[in-house]
Design a protein around this ligand. Structure first.
Ligand code: F6R
Length: 245
């Protein structure tokens, strides 16, 4: 596991965008696994900037997103489908058909999750998976549990996740209670993992996840067992961990 420390959020975003664009340059038809939430917004802005300058070309890139709220339609401005179009897809030359987000409107959860898992397989797997980190250690919507969930599945969101995500909705009552998410097994199959994290409020969970025991109670801790993980974190997020060389 390689940890890059950056001075602040802006530098974290730039470093993460650097790693993603290097992937696109080396393999123009790569599969990018993408995340939503507030952490990757700066990374997407930086990628758009480099695209506009002619430095990155998304014309052959394919993407699969980690997760989607169950029940939200694609035109709902809180859906992750909407988020991805707003922050990245509509701003670069990616082919819309090459972008994939679980379909939250599919009522048959087992069917939709199986379809999504098979889709990822059919694309040859994920070359690099971008991840954020939840305050409770979740990655995707894999919440703390007694066992590591394996493939794409439907989850009940925990109170702490509903609380953390209510900032995007009118009230906590409006936050969907379920989501479709890649499982820990799906994420671990990615050839490379890039986790980004910023802010002092994440310092405790960074310490637990990457310097504590591997346990399903801290889902991100499993990443310690992946052979190619890069963590890009700002100093605030690393303020409770041993100094990086
Ligand atoms: C988003 C996702 C979540 C977020 C996590 C951190 O697709 O899967 O795991 O990465 O909740 O969210 P932010 O970045 O808003 O702190």
């Amino acid at each position: 596991m390689k940890i890059y420390e950056t001075a602040n959020y802006k530098e974290m975003s730039r470093k993460a965008a650097n790693i993603l664009s290097a992937q696109v340059i080396l393999k123009p038809d790569c599969v990018l696994g993408l995340a939503t939430g507030s952490t990757p917004i700066g990374t997407y802005d930086q990628l758009v900037d480099w695209y506009e300058k002619g430095d990155v070309d998304f014309s052959q890139v394919k993407t699969v997103n980690l997760d989607e709220y169950r029940g939200l339609t694609r035109d709902n401005d809180q859906s992750y489908y909407y988020f991805m179009h707003q922050h990245l897809f509509d701003r670069v030359n990616i082919v819309p058909e090459n972008t994939h987000v679980p379909d939250g409107t599919q009522e048959d959860a087992d069917k939709e999750c199986a379809r999504y898992e098979a889709l990822i397989e059919s694309m040859g797997g994920v070359d690099i998976q971008l991840l954020g980190l939840g305050h409770n250690g979740h990655i995707g919507f894999n919440e703390p549990d007694t066992s590591f969930a394996q493939t794409t599945h439907c989850v009940d969101l925990t109170e702490s996740t509903i609380e953390a995500n209510k900032r995007f909705f009118k009230s906590a009552d409006d936050v969907p209670r379920q989501a479709y998410t890649m499982g820990i097994g799906t994420i671990m199959k990615a050839k490379k993992i890039l986790l980004i994290v910023s802010g002092e409020d994440k310092a405790d969970i960074v310490e637990k996840a990457f310097f504590g025991p591997v346990t399903p109670e801290v889902p991100a801790s499993i990443l310690q067992l992946h052979s190619d993980v890069v963590i890009v974190a700002d100093s605030a997020a690393l303020s409770r961990t041993p100094k990086q060389k």
